[in-house]
Structures are given as structure tokens and as C-alpha cells.
Design a protein around this ligand. Sequence first.
Ligand SMILES: [Zn+2]
Length: 420
Amino acid sequence: MNESVFTYGAPGLKFGEGASDEIGYDLSQYDVKRVLVITDPGVAATGHPQRVADQMGQFGIEAAVYDGTHVEPTDASLEAAIAHARDTGPWDAYVAVGGGSAIDTAKAVNLLTTNDGELMDYVNAPVGKARNPEKPLKPLVAVPTTTGTGAESTTICVLDVLAQKVKTGISHPRLRPTLAVVDPVLTLTQPAGVTSAAGMDILCHALESYTARSFASYDKKRPEERVPYCGANPISDMWSEKAMSLLSRWFRPAVQDGDDTEARHAMAMAATFAGLGFGNAGVHIPHANAYPIAGRVKDFHPEGYPDDEAMVPHGMAVSLTAPEAFRWTFEADPGRHLRAAELLAPGHDYDGPDALPNVLTDLMRDIVIPNGLGAVGYDEGDIDDLVEGTLKQQRLLATAPREVTEEDAAQILTRSLELW
Ligand SMILES: [Zn+2]
């Protein structure tokens, strides 16, 4: 029997210029006395995390800042943050100020300071033991400073497990932040390269959830079997469509002029909308491919990111196979693919499987995303390796609108070596 039920979960949301000045008040409503603010060294240097911490004092809240978050968290960086929080705790609440990395780190810290066991107990199988938390978590306020990841809306914490050279995650409804505070002022310091990559992440969140397998195409689940990502549904569709319309108008201006506050505001709104959509529907092939693309990087140093180590930023990794992924998924639902092209670049007569990929590559050229996997250091000899990494992401591939075989994954990745 087919599924007849879909679910919608979301954090409380506070959006707008100045929203981050009210976190002390918000937390005082939860009877909180001690708060750990979690961030990374780059964001700490902007002064925003300390300002958020200081401002809690007037509500009788003692707050400390931990700035040891690693950009793209690893099991080692998460364990260090958890150890710090355990040593200096107990904490009544957590506030994450930063990109997806800081927010995901705070989710892991919250989980492991409220529940027994160690990090790997909770990591998705087969890498970890996929244990479920038994006890409630503390309030977590997520304050994104990059407009992309949607981590403030989701139930996932993404990490690299260094010994196994694999990117994986922890996923459970209890990881979802209590409150998302989206203050576009905090995104003004984001460099152009970060705006491009993070913006492609927004776009792919919207597009992947919009083209995801419908919730109604799955087998009927029992209540205890329900997962946070239930497939495309009328509510996630609405958020995805709105996000794509905002991106069509504001993505290029936000990259071209970082001080364009109207564009920053709209991109923060688009990120939030897309997050609320994919946080329920799920994402599929471009995100599954992004795990090995980011995880097996050799020697690529993108502009606007910390220079000390090679990396393919998440949004960039996601976008590099998106055109070919959507060419391949077209036949599952041509109408949706063409409607997405129209939302992203209105005013053309779209037809056929090439329409959406062309809209995407036009945009990627304009905002200076590298021309395919070749441009970030991969060649034909790497395809088998990447395919293996993609097929490990079965939790994501389960949301794809067509079943992805090894040959399909290899075809999408190979065609993505050079996009234009
Ligand atoms: Zn993403």
C-alpha cells in the first residue's frame, strides 16, 4: 500500500535585521542560566559571536564562546568540541553562530552532552552504529552567518570520519534547532566566493527537494518508521518554488556586490525557504555526489575560504554534478524540471531535458563556479572512486526520483568532468 501521510517539521524562526540582538531575551524564555556559544575562528574574528554572548548578560545569562569549530567538521573536531563542553558544563542551552559547520558542531555537542555514549554510536550506519538519542536535548539556537546550508532548519549533522575517509552524518528529529535566528546583517561579511558556493547550495536544496520522489510513491510506513526526509510534498514544493523565484532575481546581484543589502536580505530569505523545504522533503543525487567530491579532494583551494587546507566547499561540490543529475532525472517528471527552469530564469520557452541544465550552467558561469569536476582536480581515473562514495549515500539516493545504479552514477559523474 502506498504512503498517504507526509510530515512537516521546522524550528521556531526569527528573521530580519537585528534579530540576533534578541537571543538573550529568547533564551530567557527557556529559563536558561548558562549558555555555550559555538563558532569557528573565522566567524569569531567578525565579533558577532562575542556580541551575541555579551548581550545575554542583561538577562542574567552567563555565556562563554567556544571558537574551535572546524570548517567542514571531522570526527576529531566534533570530539574536541564535545570534550570542551563536557569539561566546562553543564550548559543549559547552546547557540551556534556561523555556517553549517558551527551549527552542525553544536548539534553534535548538544546530543553528546545530553545523551550517553560516544559520537560514533550515533553516526549513520554502516560507518557508525546509528543509535537513537533516548533523552531530550537542550535548547539550541542556530544563527547562520552564511546564506546557504539550511543547517538551522535540518535534523542532520554532517561530518568527515577521518580514519575511513568518508563524509557521513548523524540524523534524528531531536537534532533540529529549537530556534533559527536569521539576521541578514551577519551575512554582509561573507566573501563573493562563499556567496557563490553557498548560493548554489540553496539552489540545489530547492531543486532537489522539488524533483525528489513524491512522498506518496513510498510504501506506507508505521509511525515509528517515519524519517525526517519524507519526499516531495505540497508544503516542501511551496518553499522550493519561492526559493527559486528569489534566487532568479537576487543571486547574481548578491555575488556581484556583497554590500547590496537588499540582495543579502533576499538570499537569506531564499536560504531559509529552501531549508524549510528540503528539511522535510530531502535532497538526492547532487548531494549524494557531493560527499565523495568534497571528501576526496586532492589539491583545490577555492577563493574566499581558509587557505590552509585543500577543500571543495559543500555548495560547490553539490553544484558540480547538478546539471548532469537533472538532465538524467528529467524523464521522471519533465513538467517539474521545466517549471523549475522557468522559475529560475523566467521568460523563455523551455522544452526537453537540456533546458534546466542550460539554466544552471549559465548561472554557474556568471557567478564563477568551476567548470566541472575536472576544474577541481578530478579526472576519468577518479570516477570509480567517486561512484563508490556516491553509492554509500543510500539515505539520500532513496529520495531520487529514479533508481540510481552504478552505471547511472558513473555516467552523471563522467559527464560532469567538464560542464561547458
Ligand atoms: Zn547542501
